[in-house]
Design a protein. Structure first.
Length: 189
């Protein structure tokens, strides 16, 4: 049986370090509304869509670093995305920095979620292949410190969604054939 899923790729443009979460969420909401007007079923936002790409900067202050992470999803500043998606009947994929407490230990992940047209989370994925380096390299104009600020995920899940089976991959994970092989060999959750 054939099906059509209309997907919008949302290009946010640059997010500055000084941009508030509220301002960024307002931009995401504008994309949700625009995609809905175009008849889309799903909006795909980029990696770390709620913040600037902060692995470009070396930071040692935990308070400064923690400001980039979400402790819950949805949280107080992102709840409106989920409520709007449900009201409009449009789903979304969202990449963000996650600070999770697992067995009493704080863990940081480069995470993405798939949200259904009902505003509920269908699945969560954490980036497995982290590029870059884990130590400050002061000779570089910009850093690429994903290995410093995130732990690798351990799973390429697939979910029943939007009338089919969907998986998720961020950035560097798309470069590895194992990503697609693992997704292709499993049943949806």
């Amino acid at each position: 049986m054939s099906r059509l899923v209309h997907v919008a790729a949302a290009q946010l443009g640059p997010i500055q370090r000084s941009d508030s979460r509220r301002d960024v969420v307002a931009r995401l909401l504008a994309h949700l509304h625009h995609a809905h007007e175009m008849g889309c079923h799903l909006v795909v936002f980029p990696e770390l869509a709620l913040t600037t790409f902060f692995p470009r900067w070396f930071m040692e202050d935990p308070e400064e670093l923690n400001a980039f992470y979400e402790r819950e999803m949805p949280g107080p500043e992102t709840r409106i995305l989920f409520d709007t998606a449900a009201r409009l009947g449009i789903g979304f994929y969202l990449g963000y920095a996650e600070l999770a407490v697992e067995q009493g230990v704080e863990r940081r992940y480069n995470t993405a979620i798939l949200v259904g047209r009902d505003g509920k989370i269908i699945g969560k994925y954490r980036k497995v292949h982290l590029p870059g380096h884990d130590q400050h390299e002061p000779w570089r104009a910009f850093q690429h410190l994903e290995k410093r600020y995130f732990e690798p995920g351990d799973d390429f899940g697939v979910w029943q969604a939007f009338g089919g089976v969907m998986g998720m991959a961020l950035c560097n994970d798309r470069r590895w054939s194992e990503t697609y092989r693992v997704m292709g060999l499993q049943a949806p959750r």
